[in-house]
Design a protein around this ligand. Structure first.
Ligand code: PMP
Length: 314
């Protein structure tokens, strides 16, 4: 789908996957005017295809587009385009229980622009790829390191939207952490250097005495759709969930820590290294709460349990 600045997106079309042509002075290449989304389609036992809350991705894209001075497709256009792309790629969706089809919508300033300004033209496209289950044999814990020098986002910046530049800013810290054997990086706020923000592509939760806490959404962390869903699922199961400032010291006596995101759903944390000290969590990180919430959410997403929340789109 394409449109000019100030216009609405018109009907899109299906095209075979391949390279796209862009002007060297396209807004996305020069000024980072790009946003993306990530969601999954699952094949159910009866052959039906399930999408999980696609309208939430559409709304997050719309919010991001406003911040990045871009037009966005309507929620209806977004969801219809996702459905059409998934249907056209139905044969690539793995059998039930074997994985899913990862869907990547991209919105970019594709028009040529030399001086700093919003692009005159925009392209919205969607590509897909089959992915296996993130965890092949049950939940496997990850090992994080708290980053003290690099911050993912600043107040007033673009940390709260899914723009491509946010990922460029974490590449170095993540590469260094991986080279040292960590799975990923846990970022702190850049003002107090004391409160948890998020991991490179996941939100973070801390469990203490059966109370589940997660950092408040305040413009510097991404409002994850899995985060929002886990909060609702946990509350519906009777857990107390607090959205608040979570201090890094709280990691020291937490019972469990876990991350949430579309790719992993829930990723239990086995250890966190903070200022050179390694904090390990019980049962190698796979806590009772993480396990329970993982089963509840994946059951819903794969169509194995009743969708009381009305989150599934067939
Ligand atoms: N934070 C960041 C920075 C991310 O890239 C993602 C992945 N989209 C998340 C959190 C989790 O968001 P979601 O649950 O919507 O996948």
């Amino acid at each position: 789908m394409k449109c000019s600045r100030g216009q609405n997106f018109s009907e899109g079309e299906l095209q075979r996957f391949g390279n796209i042509e862009l002007s060297p002075s396209a807004g996305v290449l020069n000024y980072g005017q790009g946003l993306f989304e990530g969601l999954k389609a699952y094949r159910k036992q009866d052959g039906n295809i399930l999408l999980f809350r696609p309208e939430e991705n559409a709304l997050r894209l719309t919010m991001g587009a406003e911040r990045m001075c871009m037009p966005s497709p309507t929620v209806e256009q977004f969801v219809d385009a996702v459905k059409a792309t998934v249907l056209a790629n139905k044969r690539w969706i793995p059998p039930p229980g074997k994985g899913s089809l990862y869907i990547r919508p991209l919105l970019m300033g594709s028009g040529a622009v030399l001086g700093l300004a919003p692009s005159p033209e925009y392209t919205f496209l969607i590509y897909v790829s089959p992915v296996g289950n993130y965890f092949k044999e049950g939940l496997a814990p990850i090992n994080l390191v708290v980053e003290n020098e690099v911050h993912r986002a600043t107040p007033g910046g673009t940390g709260g939207v899914k723009t491509i530049g946010n990922y460029a800013s974490v590449l170095k810290a993540q590469t260094v952490a991986k080279a040292k054997g960590y799975t990923d990086v846990l970022y702190l706020d850049c003002v107090h250097k004391r409160y948890l923000e998020e991991v490179s592509s996941c939100n973070v939760f801390v469990v203490k005495d059966n109370v589940i806490s997660t950092p408040t959404i305040k413009g510097t962390i991404l409002p994850g759709i899995t985060r929002k869903s886990i909060i609702d699922v946990a509350r519906s199961q009777g857990f107390q969930v607090e959205e608040r400032l979570v201090a890094v010291d709280e990691l020291l006596d937490a019972d469990e820590v876990f991350c949430t995101g579309t790719a992993v759903v829930i990723s239990p944390v086995g250890s966190i290294t903070y200022l050179g000290k390694r904090i390990s969590y019980g049962n190698n990180g796979v806590g009772v709460v993480s396990q329970q919430l993982y089963s509840a959410l994946t059951g819903l997403q794969m169509g194995l349990t009743e969708d009381k929340m009305d989150w599934i789109v067939e």
